[in-house]
Design a protein around this ligand. Structure first.
Ligand code: ADE
Length: 365
């Protein structure tokens, strides 16, 4: 296939999109009136907020934020604690800190946000998307910011079959083409801020993950729609397989039937929870008994039980074998009566292992 290209003259695409935007735009407090320029500070604050939450959530929070800190300078002069307080509930406090730090950098460097994409991108914490959004919306720079919404729109319009994230450079090139010169330049050009908002709006209202092509100003030229693949685009690369780790757990019973357990460290995975003792986790399956026994607690007659337990964590998958034996040395663990297992906060992984060993911990009282 040829490299993806815009399916029509960019000026014509822009004109149609802007006509649609003028008739369908939502009135949002950070947006300029049609044809106008937005306040760069308002664009900055709103885009940082919109990176993490929905328009409905952001709207009142944006208004409250700019009422409290009406300018970049006011934000820079405010104590960080006040900013974090105003950010409460929006999550990702790292972003609020970065925004505050950025305001101070700009204040100390002369006071105004740069008016070019390159100047904006040079600021700490400002990525290509936010830089393009501010440049277009506040300074009228001919550029189309590509966030997830706009990526979806462009991937469909030009039928980009390359999966994300590999497709990002192609999508940025298509965005640059859309903002570029076309044969039929004229009406509508110069409205670069509106064009950026319009592309975002199309992705938010029409070209949604489940597309509503009936309302789309580009439906007649959309390559994905012509091929009937619009709902399948943009494609996404299969996530990299999670690493797998291997371990052996031990079901050690005392004469009175109590089981040997241990508590996990207070930090890290399954912090502070109680589990069966295991060998250290390793990258490959255990090949010899020596390595298993070296990682085992004090016990007699240790032998493997048939079967295994597989468990998925967010970042890794674990496969465990289960060995059983008899013992009375608790080591760094403790013995616990089987009929009181329900009182403990046992991770699912441990419950699975117990089940494989024929034990069902009761419900927590
Ligand atoms: N999502 C990201 N940026 C946005 C904007 N400027 N308006 C509406 N939704 C958005």
């Amino acid at each position: 296939m040829d490299p993806p290209a815009l399916p029509a003259d960019p000026a014509r695409l822009r004109r149609r999109l802007l006509l649609w935007y003028d008739a369908n735009r939502r009135d949002l407090p950070w947006r300029a009136p049609p044809g106008g320029r937005a306040d760069p500070y308002a664009v900055l604050v709103s885009e940082v907020m919109l990176q993490q939450t929905t328009v409905a959530t952001v709207r009142p929070r944006f208004l409250a934020f700019v009422r409290r800190f009406p300018t970049l300078e006011a934000l820079a002069d405010a104590p960080l604690d006040d900013v974090l307080h105003e950010w409460q509930g929006l999550g990702y406090y790292r972003r609020a800190r970065a925004l505050h730090g950025l305001a101070r950098t700009v204040r100390d460097g002369g006071g105004a946000l740069p008016a070019t994409v390159a100047g904006l991108e040079a600021l700490p914490g400002v990525g290509p998307y936010t830089a393009a959004a501010i440049a277009a919306m506040a300074f009228g720079v001919p550029t189309v910011p590509v966030d997830g919404n706009v990526a979806r729109v462009l991937a469909r319009l030009a039928r980009v079959e390359t999966p994300l994230p590999a497709a990002w450079p192609v999508l940025r090139r298509l965005a640059a083409d859309l903002a570029g010169a076309g044969a039929g330049e004229g009406a509508g050009d110069g409205r670069w801020g509106d064009l950026a908002q319009a592309a975002i709006e199309l992705g938010a209202l029409v070209c949604r993950p489940a597309p509503a092509c009936g309302g789309c100003p580009w439906r007649e030229v959309c390559e994905a729609r012509a091929a009937g693949v619009e709902a399948a685009l943009p494609r996404k690369a299969a996530r990299a397989a999670k690493p797998r780790r291997y371990a052996v757990a031990f079901l050690v019973r005392r004469d009175d039937g109590a089981l040997l357990l241990r508590r996990r460290p207070e930090t890290g995975l399954l912090a502070g929870l109680v589990e069966l003792p295991t060998t250290p986790w390793q990258e490959g399956p255990f090949r010899d008994e020596g390595a298993i026994l070296a990682g085992a607690p004090e016990a007699l007659d240790l032998r493997p039980l048939p079967g295994e337990v597989r468990h998925g964590f967010t970042h890794l998958d674990l496969t465990l074998g289960l060995w059983t034996g008899a013992g009375h040395e608790a080591g760094d663990g403790f013995f616990w009566r089987q009929d009181r297992l329900g009182e403990l906060a046992l991770p699912t992984l441990t419950r699975k292992l117990l089940r494989l060993g024929g034990i069902t911990p009761g419900a927590r009282p």
